[in-house]
Design a protein around this ligand. Structure first.
Ligand SMILES: N=c1c2ncn([C@@H]3O[C@H](COP(=O)(O)OP(=O)(O)OP(=O)(O)O)[C@@H](O)[C@H]3O)c2ncn1[C@@H]1O[C@H](COP(=O)(O)O)[C@@H](O)[C@H]1O
Length: 103
């Protein structure tokens, strides 16, 4: 199992858990909208560090982004495997070719 798939499994296991027992359970208990808002906040924090160019802070913020992305997906019952399948489907297709095909 990769780090990301282990984290996704942990997050999945937190669904329905006592909100007082874990940060993830607490966030999930607030609903998908709150999870999405939190993801947005973490993404903005990562953007700020990317613009500033601080590698260590960007690394930490990127970890927050990945965690909060997985929580947001779990809140809407989208699995990491579904996202990875979509990436697999795109593999080998140039981004430029895909954009051109869209017209
Ligand atoms: N990777 C993470 C992770 N990254 C960030 N966070 C938490 O996300 C929160 C977001 O930070 P903020 O500073 O934005 O939060 P805040 O200011 O306290 O929150 P607000 O009041 O602003 O909403 C922090 O409390 C972090 O601890 C995480 N919490 C959990 N995990 C993973 O999830 C697993 C399960 O955690 P629990 O659900 O807490 O058991 C852990 O073992 C980790 O592997």
């Amino acid at each position: 199992m990769t780090t990301l798939s282990r984290l996704a499994a942990t997050i999945q296991a937190r669904k329905g858990a006592d909100p007082e027992s874990s940060w993830t359970a607490k966030l999930l208990s607030k609903g998908p909208e709150k999870c999405a808002e939190k993801f947005g906040e973490e993404a903005v924090e990562a953007i700020i560090e990317a613009v500033k160019g601080d590698r260590a802070k960007l690394t930490a913020e990127a970890a927050d982004v990945l965690y909060h992305l997985l929580v947001m997906l779990a809140a809407r019952d989208v699995t990491l495997d579904e996202v990875l399948d979509e990436l697999d489907r795109r593999e080998g297709t140039s981004g430029l070719a895909e954009k051109a095909a869209r017209g």
